[in-house]
Each structure stands twice: as C-alpha cells, then as structure tokens.
Ligand binder design. Structure first.
Ligand SMILES: NC(=O)c1ccc[n+]([C@@H]2O[C@H](COP(=O)([O-])OP(=O)(O)OC[C@H]3O[C@@H](n4cnc5c(N)ncnc54)[C@H](OP(=O)(O)O)[C@@H]3O)[C@@H](O)[C@H]2O)c1
Length: 307
C-alpha cells in the first residue's frame, strides 16, 4: 500500500515507520519539517520518500502529496505533545492541521485516513475504559484530540473514506521523550541521582511502543477496521511498582525519592484501557510484558547516556 505518514520523526511515529517498512510491502512517504530532528529514523530515511513541509502550511503540501498519491494517510503528528497542558491555542493549531490533512488526503486520492488520538479524550475515569465510555476531556490536549478526531470522522464519512482513530494510552520504550516518567526516572538512576517522584499510588496502563506500532499497522491493513480503537496493554500496575522495577534493573538497592513530588491538581489516579475492540477486530494484543519492555528501554537509555 502507498502510505503517507506524518509524525515519523516522533517517538511513536518512528516505531510505526519501522513496522511499515519491515516486510517491504508498503511504499511510504513521510512529511518532515526542515527543522525536524531525524535521529530516530536516520537508518530508515533511505527507504522512504521524503516530502519536506509543515502541516501548518498544508497548501504547500498539495502538489508533492498529490504526486505521491497515497492510498492511506496515517496521521501521527501533533505539536506540543510534551507541554500539552499549557498551550490551548497551540492545541487548536493541531485541530486545524488535522482537518486540512483530511482534505489533502482526499484530494490526493487516499481511501483511508487513520489518526492518533489519546486516552486524554476520555478524561479521568476510575475504572477500565472501553470506546463507549463518555468523553469528558479535562485538558486542552484532550479536548483538541477529541475535536480533531470527531471532525476527521465527520469529514471521512462525507468524503467516503475509511476512518480509524487510535486512542493511545501510555506508550513507553526506546527513543521515548525525555520528559515521561519512565525516561526521567531511568535517566536519573543511570546518572547516579536519586529520582524524586510522587508516591506512585496511581494505577497505570503502560503499552510497549513496538506493540502500539503493531496494532496501528494491523488496523491499517484491515479494511474493515473502522472507528475508534483504544491502544493500551489492558493491564495496570502502580506507578510505584514500575519505578521499583526500573531501580532494580539499573541500580538495585538505590534510594528512591518516592513521595517527594506532590500529585498535580489534575493527577489521574487510574488509567486502564479495555482493548477488547482492537483484539476482536484484528486479533491484536500487547505481547511485550513490562519487564521485557523496561529492560529494552533501559538498554537504550544506557547506550545514549554511555552508562
Ligand atoms: N507517546 C504516547 O504515550 C502517546 C499517548 C497518547 C497519544 N499519543 C499521540 O500519538 C502521536 C505520536 O506521539 P509521540 O509521543 O510520538 O509524539 P512526539 O514524539 O512529540 O512526535 C510528534 C511528531 O509530530 C510532528 N509534528 C508536530 N507538528 C508538526 C507539523 N506542524 N508539521 C509536521 N509534523 C509535525 C513532529 O515533527 P518534528 O520532528 O518536526 O517536531 C513529530 O514527528 C501524537 O499524536 C500523540 O498525541 C502519544
């Protein structure tokens, strides 16, 4: 299939790109900004068609995207993921970019539009979440994701394109952003520091990023897969137990600063995906257990930190 991928330089996107290229059955184009940091996909760039451009200037993408003529558009790009709680106006830009991309996809002849949403679309929920759960997002990021997903769905229906939207829970793994809890604690432990954390009573669903990429690839390849799909592991553990496992992998016996950080006002205490829908639709389930996923993550962190 001819696939146009946005967000390929990002954490999730880089793993999705690797999965798309693995079996050699897709022709892939990626949209890259001039300033995009390309280190995550440096070894893959020779195998993809690069379209230089910015989603914020969609009109400039029309000609090169039309020339590539994708059958499917896989939209993982999103600006301001790391500082997502602070920037309502910048989140609005992401909604506009998503809407423009659906139009662009249709004009270029694509029949499938798939995009990345987030668990944040649901808002706080003290139990497992399936796709029928009412959406009550409590952050600008969650509100913008929900808005982008609904607009894309409505447009795809009108334009007769297949629509799929991935509500990703917490992905982790090699090449993750340095700001996530696992990255931050892992890096501190490897540097010999005592990581300050919350008490860690939150129950959390962590999904290994290669499993997320496998699910996204599976939905792309199944034409009957439509609508919203939760992507999580479907398993929860306390954040404290994740921190302790990281410590045991990196510096057993090292002191932890559990409880040194207060919970934020919007702290989610329970995040749990029900992944029955994606399992039934494409037969996917998360296959990487937390110990394996954390070991791979720590091995990568060791390489980049030289420790
Ligand atoms: N990671 C998770 O646990 C998680 C959870 C829920 C949902 N998600 C969603 O999954 C997607 C991928 O997340 P991630 O963690 O991989 O994020 P990330 O590492 O921050 O990657 C974001 C990507 O979007 C690209 N981008 C942003 N604005 C753009 C623009 N105007 N034009 C072109 N490209 C643009 C970035 O390109 P540059 O390199 O040019 O900056 C980068 O490739 C996002 O939609 C995110 O909201 C992720």
């Amino acid at each position: 299939m001819r696939v146009l991928l946005t967000g390929a330089t990002g954490f999730v996107g880089s793993h999705v790109l690797a999965r798309l290229l693995r079996d050699g059955d897709h022709s892939v184009a990626v949209v890259l900004r001039a300033a995009s940091a390309r280190w995550r996909i440096a070894d893959l760039l020779g195998r993809v068609h690069v379209i230089e451009g910015d989603l914020a200037r969609a009109s400039e993408l029309a000609e090169p995207v039309g020339r590539f003529s994708p059958e499917a558009v896989l939209h993982l790009a999103w600006g301001h993921v790391a500082d997502r709680e602070q920037s309502p106006l910048l989140q609005v830009d992401n909604v506009r970019d998503t809407v423009q991309l659906v139009t662009l996809a249709h004009s270029a002849g694509a029949r499938h539009f798939l995009g990345a949403g987030s668990q944040a679309e649901y808002g706080p929920c003290p139990h497992g979440i399936d796709e029928g759960q009412p959406t009550r997002p409590s952050t600008p990021y969650g509100i913008a994701k929900l808005c982008a997903g609904l607009l894309a769905e409505q447009m795809c229906r009108a334009l007769d394109m297949r629509y799929a939207w991935f509500r990703i829970f917490s992905a982790y793994g090699p090449m993750d952003l340095p700001t996530t809890m696992i990255s931050r604690v892992g890096r501190a432990l490897l540097s010999g520091e005592r990581p300050a954390t919350t008490r860690g009573d939150q129950l959390w669903d962590y999904l290994y990023v290669a499993d997320a990429a496998e699910a996204i690839h599976g939905v792309l390849e199944e034409p009957a897969a439509r609508g919203v799909f939760n992507l999580g592991s479907g398993r929860v553990q306390t954040i404290r137990s994740v921190i302790e496992r990281l410590r045991d992998l990196i510096r057993p016996g090292a002191e932890l600063g559990l409880g040194e950080l207060a919970y934020g006002p919007d702290q989610l205490m329970h995040l749990e995906a029900n992944v029955e829908r994606v399992r039934r639709t494409i037969g996917w389930e998360a296959v990487t257990d937390l110990d394996t996923g954390l070991s791979n993550t720590v091995a990568w962190l060791r390489r980049v930190q030289g420790s």
